[in-house]
Design a protein around this ligand. Structure first.
Ligand code: NAD
Length: 469
C-alpha cells in the first residue's frame, strides 16, 4: 500500500482504506493507493497554507530552478514512467512515452523557464504600479486519461507562480502522480509546497473544493463533476478553472485533401483509444465526397491493431476500466438503435481479456443523434454529411454543448482560418496544424473555464494588484 504525500513526507491515510489499481490489459490488481479522507485533506491544506508565504516570497528564478530539476528527472526516468502509464492506464508504450511522458516533461520545463522570465512585477498604468502575485493554496483535481500531463498542466504553472498545491489525482490510473510526488521530494521542494491526497472524487475532491483555506480549485474531468466542483467552490468564492469534456468536429470542406484529412482525423479520434478530451470524434464531410470519406476512414480504422500496450504492433490499447469499456459499448449499441450505419468495429470483444473495444466508425450519422452529441470517450468516430454550404457545416460543428477543440480542412490556409474563426471552440487545427504545448488550451461553452498551457496557463494562478503612488 502506498502513502499520501503530506508536508514533505509519505504518510498513511487517516481512513486506513485503500483503492485497487488495475492493469486494464490483464484485469489484474497491480497496486493499492490510499482512499484519502476529509481529515487527510485538512492536513494537506494546512501544510500548503503554512508553506505558502515563504514559497510565494522565494525568488521566481529559484522556483524555476527546482522545477527544472524535476523536469530533468522526469526526462531521465521517462522509460520507467511511460511503463507505469502503459500499465495502469493502458496507453500503448509509444504513446505513453511520447505524449504521456515526454510532453509533460517538456511542459514542466517550459514553466521552469517561465518562472525565470515572466514579468511578475513592473507593469505601470498611470500612477499605479501593477504586481502579479500567486493566488494562494491551489487544489488540483485531475482525471485518468493523461494522468501525468493533466497534473503537470496545473502543478507546473501553480508552483512557478508561487502557489502551493494539494493534488488529488484520479483514483483510476494514479501511479504516475505518485512517481511525480517522489521526484518533487527528491529535488528538494520545501515541505508543504506540494501535497498529494489520493482518493475518490466525492470524498477527497469535494472536501478540497469546499475547503475554506483553499483559494483556487483547478479541475479537469467530466462536465458533470466540474459543475459540482464549481458549485461547492462558489460558497467561499474561490477562483475556479475547469477543463471539461468535448465533442470536437473535424470539418472537411469540398476542396480539402480528403485522404490526408481522413487519415489525420482517424488518428486524432483514436489517439489514446479515443480517451482524449479534445478528440475529433465528429467528422463533417460534404455529401459529394461523403462515400469516398467513409471508405477512406474504414480503411484507416482497419490499420489500428488492438493489443497489449507493450506489443510494438499495437496502435490501440485497452480502455482504462471495465466501466469505461461498458459505457463505450452502450454508445455503440445506441448508435445502431438510432439508425446510424456501423461501417467498422462494433461491440465484439477483440481479445480474451482486457477492456478492449474495436476501432469503430459510424456513417449515416445525423445531427442530434446521441452518438453525435455526447462524449463517448472511446475509439468511435462518427461521420456526418452536410448537403448545403459552409454555413450548414459550421452550424453542425457548433451544435453541441461543448467547445473544446476542432479541425478545419480547406483548399487554402486562409480559407481554413476564416472557417476556424467561426467555430465556437478554444482550439482549431487548420490542415493538420500540430499541437502546440505553449498555446492556450481550454474550452468555450460547457467545455470549461480558463486556459492551461503557456503564459495564459501561468496567469490563471496569479492575482493582479494595483499600488497607487
Ligand atoms: P471524472 O469527472 O469522473 O473525474 C475527474 C476527477 O474528478 C477525478 O480525480 C475524480 O476523482 C474527481 N471527481 C469526480 N467526482 C467528483 C466530485 N463530485 N467532486 C470533486 N471531484 C470529483 O472524469 P474522468 O472520468 O476521470 O475523466 C474523463 C473526463 O475528463 C472526460 O469527460 C474528459 O473529456 C475530461 N477531460 C477533459 C480535459 C480537458 O482538458 N478539457 C482533459 C482530460 C479529460
Amino acid at each position: 500500500m502506498r502513502h499520501l504525500y503530506l508536508n514533505g513526507a509519505w504518510q498513511s491515510s487517516a481512513s486506513g482504506e485503500s483503492i485497487d489499481v488495475v492493469n486494464p490489459a490483464t484485469e489484474e490488481i497491480i497496486d493499492r493507493v490510499p482512499a484519502g479522507s476529509p481529515a487527510d485533506v485538512d492536513a494537506a491544506v494546512a501544510a500548503a497554507r503554512a508553506a505558502f508565504p515563504s514559497w510565494a516570497r522565494t525568488a521566481s528564478a529559484e522556483r524555476g530552478k527546482i522545477l527544472a530539476a524535476a523536469a530533468e528527472l522526469l526526462r531521465e526516468r521517462s522509460d520507467q514512467i511511460a511503463r507505469i502509464i502503459a500499465t495502469d492506464m493502458g496507453a500503448p508504450y509509444g504513446v505513453a512515452m511520447k505524449v504521456q511522458t515526454l510532453m509533460p516533461a517538456g511542459v514542466l520545463a517550459s514553466y521552469a523557464q517561465m518562472a525565470e522570465t515572466y514579468a511578475f512585477e513592473g507593469g505601470q498604468v498611470g500612477n499605479s504600479r501593477i504586481f502579479r502575485e500567486p493566488v494562494g493554496v491551489v487544489a488540483a483535481i485531475t482525471p485518468w486519461n493523461y494522468p501525468l500531463h493533466q497534473v503537470i498542466c496545473k502543478v507546473g504553472p501553480a508552483l512557478a507562480a508561487g502557489c502551493t498545491v494539494v493534488l488529488k489525482p484520479s483514483e483510476v490510473a494514479p501511479l504516475a502522480a505518485f512517481a511525480l510526488a517522489g521526484i518533487f521530494d527528491e529535488v528538494g521542494l520545501p515541505a508543504g509546497v506540494f501535497n498529494m491526497v489520493s482518493g475518490y472524487g466525492p470524498v477527497v475532491g469535494e472536501a478540497l473544493a469546499a475547503h475554506p483555506d483553499v483559494d483556487m480549485v483547478s479541475f479537469t474531468g467530466s462536465t458533470q463533476a466540474g459543475r459540482r466542483v464549481a458549485a461547492l467552490a462558489a460558497e467561499t468564492v474561490k477562483r475556479v478553472a475547469l477543463e471539461l469534456g468535448g465533442k470536437s468536429a473535424s470539418l472537411v470542406l469540398p476542396d480539402a485533401d480528403l485522404p490526408v484529412a481522413t487519415k489525420v482525423t482517424v488518428a486524432n479520434a483514436f489517439l489514446n483509444s479515443g480517451q482524449t478530451c479534445s478528440a475529433w470524434s465528429r467528422m463533417i464531410v460534404h455529401r459529394d465526397r461523403y462515400d469516398e470519406a467513409v471508405g477512406l476512414a474504414v480503411e484507416a480504422a482497419r490499420k489500428y491493431t488492438v493489443g497489449d500496450p507493450f506489443d510494438e504492433m499495437t496502435r490501440l490499447g485497452p480502455l482504462v476500466s471495465a466501466a469505461q469499456r461498458d459505457r463505450v459499448i452502450r454508445y455503440i449499441n445506441r448508435g445502431q438503435e438510432e439508425g446510424a450505419r456501423l461501417v467498422a468495429g462494433g461491440t465484439d470483444q477483440p481479445l480474451d481479456r482486457g477492456f478492449y473495444v474495436e476501432p469503430t466508425v459510424f456513417a449515416g450519422v445525423e445531427p442530434g443523434m446521441v452518438i453525435e452529441q455526447e462524449e463517448i470517450f472511446g475509439p468511435v468516430l462518427t461521420i456526418i454529411p452536410y448537403t448545403r454550404g459552409e454555413d450548414e457545416a459550421v452550424a453542425i460543428a457548433n451544435d453541441t454543448p461543448y467547445g473544446l477543440a476542432g479541425a478545419v480542412w480547406a483548399g487554402s490556409e486562409e480559407h481554413g482560418v476564416s472557417v476556424a474563426r467561426r467555430l465556437r471552440t478554444g482550439q482549431v487545427a487548420v490542415n493538420g496544424g500540430q499541437f502546440n504545448m505553449r498555446a492556450p488550451f481550454g474550452g468555450y461553452k460547457q467545455s470549461g473555464l480558463g486556459r492551461e498551457l503557456g503564459e495564459f496557463g501561468l496567469e490563471e494562478y496569479l492575482e493582479i494588484k494595483a499600488v497607487q503612488l
